[in-house]
Write a protein that binds this ligand. Sequence first.
Ligand code: UD1
Length: 420
Amino acid sequence: MSRFEITGKTPIRGEISVQGAKNAVLPILAATIMTEDACVIENCPDLRDVDKTVLVLKGLGCDVRRSGHTVTVLGDGLCDCEVCETLMRQMRSSIIFLGAILTRCKNAVLSMPGGCPIGQRPIDLHLKALRRLGVDVREEHGFMYCRADKITGADIHLDFPSVGATENIMLASVTAEGVTTVSNAAREPEIADLARFLNSMGARIEGAGESVIRIEGVKKLHGTRYRVMPDRIVAATYLIAGAITGGDMTVCDVEPGNMKAVCDALAFMGAPLKVGNDSVHISGRNRLKAVDFIRTMPYPGFPTDIQSPFMSLLAVADGTSIVVENIFENRYRHVDELVRMGADIKVSGKTAVIKGVKELYGATVRARELRGGAALVLAGLCADGETTVENTEYIDRGYERMEDCLSLCGARIRRVDQRR
Ligand code: UD1
């Protein structure tokens, strides 16, 4: 267990080169098992969730080598089609292995994912879609036993544009017989990144990143070398760090086109932004004004993953803001902790009303999930006095050495206790 100790009220000034995207690299790593050849993945962030994914790959029999930010996976020794139950429980996104294992082995056994801190996260859409592709799914004693002697292309309409379900369909159908179309597909940039990776392995996917995706089954996939896209959520978090401390922050190596909803909201609040080809700069000397209304939506709407970090900024904005969380039912777990730091926030169901206060004060607070944990660090950076954020393990799931990135920009933050 470790914690961050933060001394607030220091403007964050500098440049951060943003890590590879967690939500892109996890499905990409899962997809590497779909060939016996080597896949070399570059720009792979050093995160707890990546460590866990590597353990899943090794458990399935793959040879995995890591060197800096490059991960090489050799899947010729794959000998198991079952994801370890403990890892499945620790990382719900392991569900993404379902489509990949089915493509490679025709059989897959995964434990049913339970609830998680941000909500129930059912997988009904994944299973319904796989059944449409001809997969036989049995759910027994907390496990899913999936079998598909032949996967056949189908027209699949998603009732909701689920990111994970869209990815699982792509993974399961790349070598299917015939053509698969997915309508009302998720349009998140990470879906397009996964498709680019699969196409570099020989897949034929068109339309990823749009709401209709067409996948023409191919016979076989081959090895590849691929560079993971930058993390738009991490980039947005560090921009907020600049804004909340009245600093001057540039996030580099990003794709600003993916960050439009967040940049628009920051601009609305009065933050001076300069958007370059692969960078965004923010300076935030004045107190920003509240937003009327933010509601989280599937991409290109305002991302649920940035809702909690953004709320820390709204907590010190001038005026009252309203936030509606439409994606996950339990994504306000940071609110009580922000209130401990002096924020004035009331939650009723999906809606949070945030009355901006002039100043937050330092306190001991506890991260309860990844993005909520990042929100507490941001609050600590602008608070008066000392803030301790406990349970940094959650933050390490998605942010590579956050304390080092922020310290290099002048933040007074240190990690106490053992690192992972
Ligand atoms: C992914 C991201 C996560 C992000 C989320 C929404 C990864 C590893 N994680 O999660 O960071 O917050 O997208 O942008 O990429 N749902 C169902 N049935 C299903 C599947 C989903 O009801 O079968 C519901 C979920 O409960 C949730 C909503 O759909 O309310 C969105 O979930 P989904 O888009 O699937 O998110 P994830 O892929 O789990």
